[in-house]
Design a protein around this ligand. Structure first.
Ligand code: 5RP
Ligand code: MG
Length: 218
C-alpha cells in the first residue's frame, strides 16, 4: 500500500499564525493547506505568502468552491495553489470549470472534490467522466462535535472510490489513533489540523503522525 502524505490544515485567522505553525512542523509534512477559514479571513494574500515561502511543498487552497468555478480557481492558482477544493454540492459544470482552469496553470495542478455526506453515485460517475481524479473524504467539524465517529461504512465508501480509480484524501478531526483505523485502505493524503495545531508541542505531535503513517503503511 503506498505511503499516504501528511497535510497540515491551516484553519487559522491570520497568515502569521499559520506560518508560525508551519515553522515548527515543516520537516514532517508534505502538503500545506491554506484552510477555508484562513481564506475567508485573509484570502489571496494568505495563499500567496504561504506558497512563496514553502516552494517545495504541495499547496492546497481549501476554497470549497460552490459556484463561479473559473473565477475562484483563477484567484487561487494565480497566487500559487497546486490544488484547490470544490464542494460536492457544486454543479458538475462548476467543477469542470475549476478543473479546466487548473489545467491552464499546469498539468499537475488539480481539483479535489470535498465530500460531505450529501452526494450520490450518479454525480461521482459524472465527476469521473469530466476527468476528476481526487476526492476528499470529509467528516465535518460540526458532525464530529455532534459525536459522529468513523465507521466501517466509511471504509466501505473509501474502498469504492479507490476501486473507481480516485485518489482519496481523508480529513475531519483526524487523531493519531485514526491512522490505524484506515490502515487497510489506500489513502493519498491524511489532512490533520487541530490535532497538530492545538498540541502543546506541535513538532512532537507532527512527528508522531509521521511515525504512525510509517508504522501502518510500509
Ligand atoms: C473543515 C476542514 C478542515 O481543514 C479539516 O477538517 C482539517 O482540520 P481538522 O483536523 O481540524 O478537522 O476543511 O471543513
Ligand atoms: Mg480544510
Amino acid at each position: 500500500m503506498p505511503k499516504p502524505m501528511l497535510q497540515i490544515a491551516l484553519d487559522t485567522l491570520t497568515v502569521d499564525e499559520a506560518i508560525e505553525n508551519v515553522e515548527k512542523i515543516y520537516k514532517y509534512i508534505d502538503v500545506i493547506e491554506v484552510g477555508t477559514i484562513l481564506i475567508a479571513s485573509q484570502g489571496k494574500k494568505a495563499i500567496k505568502e504561504i506558497s512563496n515561502k514553502y516552494k517545495d511543498k504541495i499547496i492546497v487552497a481549501d476554497g470549497k468552491i460552490a459556484d463561479a468555478g473559473s473565477v475562484f480557481a483563477m484567484m487561487f492558482f494565480d497566487n500559487g495553489a497546486d490544488f484547490t477544493t470544490a464542494i460536492c454540492a457544486a454543479e458538475t459544470q462548476t467543477i469542470k470549470s475549476v478543473l479546466d482552469t487548473a489545467k491552464l496553470y499546469g498539468k499537475d495542478k488539480d481539483v479535489q472534490i470535498e465530500l460531505t455526506s450529501n452526494f450520490n453515485w450518479k454525480q461521482v460517475e459524472e465527476w469521473k467522466k469530466i476527468g476528476i481524479k481526487q476526492v476528499v473524504y470529509h467528516r465535518s467539524r460540526d458532525a464530529q462535535l455532534a459525536g459522529v465517529n468513523w465507521t466501517q461504512n466509511d471504509i466501505k465508501t473509501i474502498k469504492k472510490f479507490d476501486e473507481m480509480g480516485f485518489k482519496v484524501t481523508i480529513t475531519g478531526g483526524i487523531s493519531l489513533k485514526d491512522i490505524e483505523f484506515f490502515k487497510d485502505v489506500n489513502v493519498y493524503i491524511f489532512i490533520v489540523g487541530r490535532s497538530i495545531r492545538d498540541a502543546e508541542n506541535l513538532s512532537l505531535e507532527a512527528q508522531k503522525f509521521k511515525d504512525q503513517i510509517d508504522k501502518y503503511y510500509a
